[in-house]
Design a protein around this ligand. Structure first.
Ligand SMILES: *[C@@H]1O[C@H](CO)[C@@H](O)[C@H](O)[C@H]1NC(C)=O
Ligand SMILES: *[C@@H]1O[C@H](CO)[C@@H](O)[C@H](O)[C@H]1NC(C)=O
Ligand SMILES: *[C@@H]1O[C@H](CO)[C@@H](O)[C@H](O)[C@H]1NC(C)=O
Ligand SMILES: *[C@@H]1O[C@H](CO)[C@@H](O)[C@H](O)[C@H]1NC(C)=O
Ligand SMILES: *[C@@H]1O[C@H](CO)[C@@H](O)[C@H](O)[C@H]1NC(C)=O
Ligand SMILES: *[C@@H]1O[C@H](CO)[C@@H](O)[C@H](O)[C@H]1NC(C)=O
Ligand SMILES: *[C@@H]1O[C@H](CO)[C@@H](O)[C@H](O)[C@H]1NC(C)=O
Ligand SMILES: *[C@@H]1O[C@H](CO)[C@@H](O)[C@H](O)[C@H]1NC(C)=O
Ligand SMILES: *[C@@H]1O[C@H](CO)[C@@H](O)[C@H](O)[C@H]1NC(C)=O
Ligand SMILES: *[C@@H]1O[C@H](CO)[C@@H](O)[C@H](O)[C@H]1NC(C)=O
Length: 421
């Protein structure tokens, strides 16, 4: 009991101690954590094609720099976005990829740490910097790699873009520049996308897209925007291949093979979804899915789609595979066989009955008349009655047989068909 209570007491005490130490160090003034006056940062940028290099400096004395560890806290946010990116850096620069952003707000502060203890000694105030980029005329840029070697990129031209601009695109991959093969145009003949095929992608190397807005009136006026993609993250796989099924015990097993891919083809990279007719879609990581079939209402189809999930994050699902109709080949055979048998039986039965009746009829006719004096009218009535009976039996026989057949067919479907699985 005493042991148990001792622990929190120690924790509280040490916390208290810590707190007092901290406040005394603040109060002493000598090691004041926030000392904006002693430190000052200067920020500037240098522009390169696809990136902005944000650099800064401090006005620490040489002594201070040697005596202490200097670190910087950089915080920046692109215009019109909410995400604040914060980093602690030791170097005095940061490469910022602007992509399609029209600028950013950044701030930096310097922190001085004691080399031995790692304790913070001084900290500057934030120094802010705003970078406003040249106008960005495009938005909603998205690229996709599909069917292994096809590459599509699309973008929207902003409403504020000048009338005279045209958009061109190219990309750099593994050190080579490739021009767009075929532009996708809008009604105003502006390029709003690019379609390329027979491209070889090295999955680990980035695709550096260059979208250039050029003023058609003045060719020297152009603005380029850049965005880099890792091929695997924008790959839309083909549907899984060789989708088939087998019937096992009381379940259906659907199996398939992963589609080809530009990246890792390791089995553990793929995530699949299986859709059986109108049933809920299920996620599967194996290359097969066993569905315990109970009582499906109708004939059903199975479809599978794939994407990469485990090795690399990718949001794009493949198309669904062509539907595979699930049916039991044996069932079809059994159905046909039973139908044939049934028809044969009916036919034979009918024949037998007919023969029998005819025989009896003959017997009846050839039967010696017990009383020759008997009323001929009765005999005649009997005969007509019998004839009528025969007639009605024959006419009723055909539709009845058909109806029975239909019922039997349904029963076959039910009994030996899917219901049985
Ligand atoms: C750094 O700059 C600030 C503000 O300009 C100044 O007050 C401070 O004395 C400077 N420190 C050194 C070490 O030069
Ligand atoms: C984006 O941010 C800039 C700078 O903060 C601002 O001038 C502009 O109006 C914003 N645009 C939109 C669409 O919010
Ligand atoms: C295009 O991008 C803008 C801003 O970047 C967004 O507001 C808009 O919803 C996007 N439009 C489409 C169709 O994605
Ligand atoms: C997919 O690529 C193959 C080989 O490059 C090609 O033969 C086929 O037509 C392509 N399929 C589609 C839908 O473009
Ligand atoms: C790619 O672009 C071509 C040409 O516009 C189009 O036919 C094709 O459907 C697009 N494919 C994808 C997956 O977006
Ligand atoms: C981007 O494309 C434009 C137009 O083709 C070109 O002038 C510019 O140099 C390219 N940028 C890079 C970094 O290659
Ligand atoms: C074309 O653009 C360049 C650079 O922006 C500019 O110096 C030049 O005056 C322009 N020429 C015409 C004819 O507008
Ligand atoms: C898919 O099926 C085809 C034809 O049935 C066969 O040639 C091919 O080898 C199969 N592919 C795989 C990966 O099993
Ligand atoms: C069918 O079920 C039996 C018993 O549950 C089991 O022993 C057998 O391995 C199963 N067969 C297949 C092909 O799954
Ligand atoms: C299936 O996987 C997708 C993608 O990871 C996920 O969004 C979805 O919630 C999963 N569905 C189920 C039923 O687990």
């Amino acid at each position: 009991m005493a042991h148990v209570t001792a622990v929190p007491v120690i924790v509280i005490l040490s916390f208290f101690q810590c707190k007092t130490l901290f406040s005394t160090s603040l109060a002493s003034g000598q090691h004041k954590v926030t000392d904006a006056l002693g430190l000052h940062n200067v920020l500037w940028i240098t522009k390169h094609d696809s990136r902005i290099i944000l650099s800064w400096n401090n006005n620490l004395t040489k002594e201070e720099t040697e005596k202490h560890t200097v670190k910087y806290i950089l915080s920046y946010r692109f215009f019109n976005t909410t995400q604040e990116r914060k980093e602690r850096l030791q170097e005095k620069k940061k490469i910022i990829h602007l992509e399609l952003h029209s600028g950013f707000n950044a701030k930096v502060k310097t922190q001085l740490f004691a080399k031995e203890t790692g304790e913070i000694i001084k900290e500057s105030d934030w120094t802010e910097f705003t970078y406003k980029a040249p106008p960005v005329y495009i938005q909603n840029l998205s690229c996709i790699i599909y069917n292994i070697s096809f590459f599509n990129c699309t973008w929207h031209i902003k409403a504020e873009a000048p009338e005279d601009i045209q958009i061109f695109s190219s990309y750099k991959h593994v050190g080579k520049v490739f021009e767009c093969q075929q532009y996708i145009k809008n009604a105003k003949k502006k390029n709003i996308g690019c379609h390329m095929k027979e491209i070889y992608f090295q999955p680990s190397r980035k695709i550096k897209l260059n979208i250039t807005a050029r003023n058609l009136r003045n060719n020297s006026r152009q603005l380029s925007y850049y965005k880099a993609f890792t091929p695997q993250t924008i790959e839309k796989l083909n549907p899984p291949i060789n989708v088939s099924f087998s019937l096992e015990n009381r379940s259906i097993k659907i199996h398939w093979k992963p589609p080809p891919t530009i990246g890792s083809a390791s089995n553990k990279c793929f995530l699949y979804q299986v859709k059986i007719t109108d049933l809920k879609i299920v996620n599967v990581t194996e290359q097969n899915y066993k569905y315990p079939f109970h009582k499906p209402a109708k004939r059903c189809t199975a479809q599978v789609r794939a994407k990469k999930e485990i090795c690399i994050r990718n949001k794009i699902w493949s198309e669904w595979s062509e539907p595979v109709f699930i049916h039991n080949e044996k069932t079809v055979d059994v159905l046909l066989l039973s139908l044939t048998l049934f028809c044969l039986l009916m036919f034979l039965g009918g024949l037998l009955m007919h023969a029998c009746k005819r025989y009896r009829c003959l017997e009846f006719i050839s039967m010696p008349v017990p009383r020759p004096s008997a009323n001929i009218k009765t005999w005649l009535a009997d005969e007509t009655h019998h004839q009528m009976e025969m007639y009605s039996e024959v006419t009723a026989g055909i539709p009845e047989e058909n109806r029975d057949g239909a019922i039997q067919q349904q029963k076959c479907l039910k009994d030996s068909g899917l219901e049985d699985l």
